[in-house]
Ligand binder design. Sequence first.
Ligand SMILES: [Zn+2]
Length: 440
Amino acid sequence: MRRPAFIAVAALVLAATTNSSSFAQVTAIKAGRLIDPEAGTVATNQVILVEKGKFTAVGGNVAIPQGATVIDLSQLTVSPGFVDAHNHLALTYKVEPERNSYYVTTILESTPLRAIQAVSNGIQMLAAGFTIVRDMGNNGNYADVALRQAIEQGWVPGPTIINSGIIIGGMGGQFWPTPEMARDHKIVYPEYLDADTHDEIIKAVRQNALFGARVIKICVDCKPWGYTVEDIALFVSEAARIGMKVEGHVQTVDGARRAIEAGLWSIAHDNGLTDEMHKLMAKKGIWRAGTETPITLLEGNHTNPARYAKTVAGLKNAYENKVNLTFSTDADYYVPGKTRGEVAIDFIETWKAAGIPPVDILRAMTIGGYRVSETENKRGPIKVGMAADLVAMTGNPLEKIDAVRDVRFVLKDGAVFKANGVMTPAAFFHGGPVNGANIR
Ligand SMILES: [Zn+2]
């Protein structure tokens, strides 16, 4: 007897809740200025409607539905969220205790510890306005996959993660281990996945796909012998069968030449990218994730004056050659007093030094990032049908790019993560997989 009565009451409560919340499900954002980075324009006094995590209307004449939750950003400039096309969220090396050698970090810190660190770094990136991060390896035993799954299932807030799983290299990866440490103790794995023969290349790509990678990252020339054009092309074709693109770590001109000839999707780091390579990249539409460390990171030896001058000249040359540009940092270290997001944002200094106009810096940080991440048709632009991600700042970054340093508001999948400059992540924490438990 008691049971049916309880169910009836529960049904009434449920009905009432559903009715009242159907109004509140619409969020209306009043944007004082709204930037379209692609067009390079700013529209004033816009209204953006959000429902079920997606944009449903954007424009100057959009009526705000009765009962909608109104967010007033009329004093701010609204922009699509930023993308860091190359980060390592589950890796943070430091002066103490490892003297900024990530080799040591991989020995001292367990994958579970690094996975927790990745959650924190992800939150710090989101707070700085990065709504998408491409997480390109060096994340222990698939901590990047765990981070992506935790965010996608709805346990914790964070950027949308496009992750590579384990970096695939020829034997040794980026390490130069002793024979006993490599052969007897297998110290290279899981930081790198050895693949030297064609069978091993196919198997390594499939391993990363099986364990949750969304993009493949390879070491093109981490060893002087490196991968051949044929090897790289095999990576590209095997990844394509699974629906994934391949990014290559490239550090020499010769490596860049092979990577470009084989048709890699994106090239990480600028060391091997000369004027000739840029021209070839532009012709093939290959993305540049140059990871242009700013001179502000002189301390900690993350760059030096000669290296920085080369980086600035290289970025300027890439821009002049109309290479597809992304904003990328390779930020995988601790800078005392700064969050991971603040470290990443500081990379605009290099872009400014290269003389790139604010609109094109913002394009690299937004559209370039969506395209290299292949999210541009579902996430990124503030357009009807897209996932409701956006940021807002006090200044106008099209006039002065430094405005991106002061992100006051962040919306992710339609929920407010930051308002009035303060993180408000309560809506993102859940005790279970609210977005589904079967996210792989
Ligand atoms: Zn890297």
